[in-house]
Design a protein around this ligand. Structure first.
Ligand code: NAD
Ligand code: TDX
Length: 351
């Protein structure tokens, strides 16, 4: 029986991954380690909270003693590190917390795993540490080309700089201690349980409330979108078969401009929910500082080596996602009350 220590398992991708693992594998133990920041929500995991194979521990990954104790308590085979401050706009306002969690927290986990896993002969048996990283570490593309695993790191935002720093520490543990790792660098995810500070859920929520939809700059920045379940499948195959010490880019050649994404959402809602929801709600606002123009992943390595391909076409994924937000209005209300209102006002004023 394998034991997975999943950090950030109460967040968007982490909770999807916990649910995915427990559905896919019978005989496993999943330990979800999460500090429950504004982005962490145990409601995402109601379906498994009474499952004997699932354990939750409220721990901040920067707390080295608490992290050590987790490795004493559980015989961990795989660490999957999702825990992070993940929102670029917040990183522009408060970079320090991104350094703490994304860099120091990752090093604290690496240290604890190394202490727990290293055998007398300096080897690590069949253990593995998977660092969940992002395409943003590569910086921004022009109109042509894609990010490959050999693209030099060139992060621009405090968020992407902290993620790139963490990646370098993971690699350093491999180079220095022979520590067993993989790094995955995925493009933008969308799907159930995404916090409505991110583009897609924010736009769905605003449109349903008849509020303006704030698009930064000219709306022509491009992101490469992947349905969250396809990301979960990619992480699963990398844990299972990824060559140690390798980086794998994850993406499905699904590039869209931000305005095209917003128009797709508006068109769906006006046809299926309320015909008064129209493109007139679009509101072009000041650009994000240092806004990366285009991301695009070349997924050849993970496809050729590990046989991973995305299963969900964007047209299906976006319909499933909008339907999920329509069916889970109480979830949205729960996460958009309180602190979210202050965040929203500071970001977007009275829009
Ligand atoms: P999220 O913000 O939804 O969730 C982050 C989770 O980490 C939350 O549950 C939060 O409580 C927890 N957390 C934060 N600080 C912590 C700490 N110090 N100790 C323990 N737990 C802590 O993020 P997400 O969108 O699910 O992203 C998960 C990971 O995937 C991140 O590492 C992110 O960089 C990476 N990633 C995200 C995307 C995307 O499109 N969302 C794309 C590529 C990579
Ligand atoms: O209100 C908005 N208006 C707008 O135009 C918001 C919230 C976003 N945008 C734009 C900015 C980006 O070009 O939409 C695009 C997507 O923005 P986000 O959802 O904030 O995502 P992004 O900045 O691309 O980063 C995401 O993908 C990579 C995740 O938040 C990261 O955690 C991940 O690493």
């Amino acid at each position: 029986m394998k034991t997975y220590l999943i950090t950030g398992g109460a967040g968007f991708i982490g909770s999807n991954f916990v649910l995915y693992l427990l559905k896919r594998y019978e005989d496993i133990c999943v330990v979800n380690v999460d500090a429950l920041t504004y982005a962490g929500n145990l409601e995402n995991l109601i379906a498994v909270e009474n499952d004997d194979r699932y354990h939750f521990r409220k721990v901040n990954i920067c707390d080295t003693r608490a992290v050590d104790r987790l490795f004493e308590q559980f015989d961990v085979d795989f660490v999957v590190n999702f825990a992070a401050e993940s929102h670029v706009d917040r990183s522009i306002e408060t970079p320090q917390v991104f350094v703490n969690t994304n860099v120091c927290g990752t090093v604290s986990l690496l240290d604890a795993a190394r202490r727990a896993w290293e055998l007398d002969d300096g080897s690590y048996g069949s253990k593995k540490f998977l660092q969940v990283s992002t395409d943003e570490v590569y910086g921004s593309l022009g109109v042509d080309g894609y990010f490959t695993e050999d693209t030099p790191l060139d992060p621009h935002s405090p968020y992407s700089s902290s993620k790139a720093s963490a990646d370098l520490f993971v690699k350093a543990y491999g180079d220095t201690y022979g520590f067993p790792f993989n790094i995955t660098r995925c493009s933008n995810n969308y799907g159930p349980f995404q916090f409505p500070e991110k583009l897609i859920p924010l736009m769905i929520n605003n449109a349903l409330h008849g509020k303006k939809l704030p698009i930064y700059g000219d709306g022509l920045n491009i992101r490469d979108w992947l349905y969250v379940e396809d990301h979960c499948k990619a992480i699963d195959v990398v844990i299972e078969r990824g060559r140690l010490g390798e980086v794998y880019n994850v993406g499905g050649h699904n590039e869209r401009t931000n305005v095209a994404i917003v128009e797709t959402i508006l068109d769906y809602l006006s046809c299926n929910v309320n015909e008064n929801i129209s493109r007139d709600l679009i509101d072009y606002v000041s650009d994000r500082k240092g806004h990366d123009r285009r991301y695009g992943i070349d997924p050849k390595k993970i496809s050729n080596e590990l046989g991973w391909m995305p299963d969900t076409p964007f047209e299906d994924g976006i319909k499933k996602t909008i339907a999920w937000y329509l069916e889970n209005k109480s979830w949205v209300e729960g996460v958009t009350s309180g602190g979210y209102q202050n965040y929203y006002k500071a970001m977007y004023g009275d829009r």
